[in-house]
Design a protein around this ligand. Sequence first.
Ligand SMILES: [Zn+2]
Length: 276
Amino acid sequence: MHYRRSRTVSLLVAVVATIGALLTAPAPAHAASASASGDGARLAAAPNFRAPFPCGQKWTYSHHSAEVRRALDFVRADGGSTAGTPVLASASGTATRMSQPSGAGNYIVIDHGGGWKTYYFHLASYSVPSGAAVSQGQQIGVTGSTGHSSGAHIHYEQLLNGVGQNIVIGGAGLPYPSQYHQSYLTSDNGCGGGGGDFRTWGSDIRVRADAYLNSPVVGVLPGPTNVTVVCQKQGSTVTAEGYTNNWWSKLRDQGGFISNIYVDHPAAQLPGVPIC
Ligand SMILES: [Zn+2]
């Protein structure tokens, strides 16, 4: 994270946002009225939702009769631990932290605009503050079993104007099996086309074997360097040059991690880069 270009970036963002607002201002009303007239119009207005868990992971899902609205419950089916796995935004929007100890537990609501929202229940912890603008594939929480839940899972919903919709991922409607291990979903969320190219700043930046300050040093970047970030994850919190950040980037060609503080981009978590 680095703010050298923040003034220019902010200006650009403001201009783009203004143009975007002008272009899209009529959309919510149109989407709302279209939804009443047909599924085709409704689907056309929906965001392109992706799986609420990391790129490449395979999960199974089910829907039970006591379930609220048109939710699906997801658990991992690839040998990894469901508990503790990052929960990802299935589309961009504005995140809000919610809590319902007797029901949904800790959960996040993302408002995607146009009347569309997604819910992510039973989080062990939140990863973004309320009001955060999140991008598709960004980590918003950690999978857990808070609230009324018999085990770690992601309870996931897509709503239009407050009404639960049949869940669509990547443009395809998911079935609603009553048991796990009948249907599966492999995530392409946050894959980011294999990472991104960035430039580092600062001098004598240590590259470490893992995302922790006590990990062995495997290399040093003597000065600003073009790097390809293959993935990123949270590790030791680093405070340097007036910034604090616990995200680290895994560098393809240097074989290790650097703190995102030294990646020349204004965001703490880099956009378009998958979670490791
Ligand atoms: Zn559920």
